[in-house]
Design a protein around this ligand. Structure first.
Ligand code: AP5
Length: 214
C-alpha cells in the first residue's frame, strides 16, 4: 500500500508516520528528512536546499521527483511506503502519476494556523534517529535529551516563527490544491483533525487503513 500524509507544517505528519511505518513495516519517505540529510552531508543539493528551506520555500519539483524516484527503486519500498510531506505541488503529484506510481490512500491532517505556530515553536528533534518531541505536548523524560540515547535534542533551523509563517503560506498556495486533486481522484481520502491527541489520530489513521484494505 502507498500512503500519503498531507498537511501543513506541524500538523503531526512525522509523528504519526513513525507509528504507522512501524506497524506496517513500510519505509517512511520524508522528502524533508532527505533534504536535511543532504544538508548534513554537505552535498551540492544540500547547499542549494539549505537556502530554500531557510526561507520556507519549496525545492524544485524536478529535484524532489528525482530523489523520490531513486528512493523508490530500493527493495524496501516493494511492499509499499508512506510519503510524509510529498507530494507538495500538483506538479509532484502529476510526476508520480506519469511514473505509474499509484497511491492508495491520502490522510489530510488539518490544523489551525495558531496551533501550527505553537506546535512548531515547541518542537525538538533527535537528529540521528528522527525522533520528535514537544516541550509541552510530548516532552522527553529528561529535559532536552533523547529518551533512547540521552543525546541532546535540537530545534530545526526552519522552525523560527517567521519561517513557519512563510511555510504555512507556501502550504496554502502550493500544496493545498492537492486536497481537491486527490478528492476528485479514485484515491481513498480521509480528513483527520490534527488537534486530537496523538493516540486518537493514530487510531483514526489505523481505522482508515483497515477500511481502505477492505
Ligand atoms: P518537512 O520536513 O516536510 O516539514 P513540514 O511539512 O513543514 O512538516 P513538519 O516536519 O514541520 O511537521 P509535521 O507535520 O511532520 O509535524 P510533527 O510530527 O513534527 O519540510 C521542510 C522543508 O523541506 C519545506 O519547508 C521545504 O523547503 C522542503 N521540502 C520538503 N519536502 C518537499 C517537497 N516535497 N517539495 C519541495 N520542498 C520540500 O509535529 C510537530 C510538533 O507537534 C512536534 O513537536 C510533535 O511532538 C507535536 N505533535 C505532533 N502531534 C501532536 C498532537 N496530536 N498533539 C500535540 N502535539 C503534537
Amino acid at each position: 500500500m502507498r500512503i500519503i500524509f498531507l498537511g501543513p507544517p506541524g500538523a503531526g505528519k512525522g509523528t504519526q508516520a513513525q507509528f504507522i511505518c512501524q506497524d506496517r513495516k513500510i519505509p517512511q519517505i520524508s522528502t524533508g528528512d532527505m533534504l536535511r540529510s543532504a544538508i548534513t552531508e554537505g552535498t551540492k543539493l544540500g547547499l542549494e536546499a539549505k537556502k530554500i528551506m531557510e526561507r520556507g520555500d519549496l525545492v524544485s519539483d524536478d529535484v524532489i521527483l528525482g530523489l523520490v524516484r531513486e528512493r523508490l527503486r530500493q527493495p524496501d519500498c516493494e511492499p509499499g511506503c508512506l510519503f510524509d510531506g510529498f507530494p507538495r505541488t500538483v506538479g509532484q503529484a502529476d510526476g508520480l502519476n506519469e511514473a505509474n506510481i499509484a497511491v492508495d490512500v491520502v490522510f489530510e491532517l488539518q490544523l489551525s494556523d495558531e496551533l501550527i505556530v505553537r506546535r512548531i515553536s515547541g518542537r525538538r528533534v533527535h537528529e540521528p534517529s528522527g525522533r520528535i518531541y514537544h516541550i509541552e505536548f510530548n516532552p522527553p523524560k529528561v529535559d532536552s535529551l533523547d529518551d533512547v540515547t540521552w543525546q541532546p535534542l535540537v530545534q530545526r533551523h526552519d522552525d523560527s516563527e517567521a519561517v513557519v509563517r512563510a511555510r504555512v503560506e507556501v502550504y496554502r498556495e502550493q500544496t493545498a490544491p492537492l486536497i481537491d486533486y486527490y478528492k476528485n481522484s479514485s484515491v481513498k481520502y480521509f480528513e483527520i483533525d490534527g488537534d486530537a491527541t496523538v493516540e486518537e489520530i493514530r487510531t483514526s489513521i489505523r481505522e482508515g487503513l483497515v477500511s481502505t484494505e477492505a
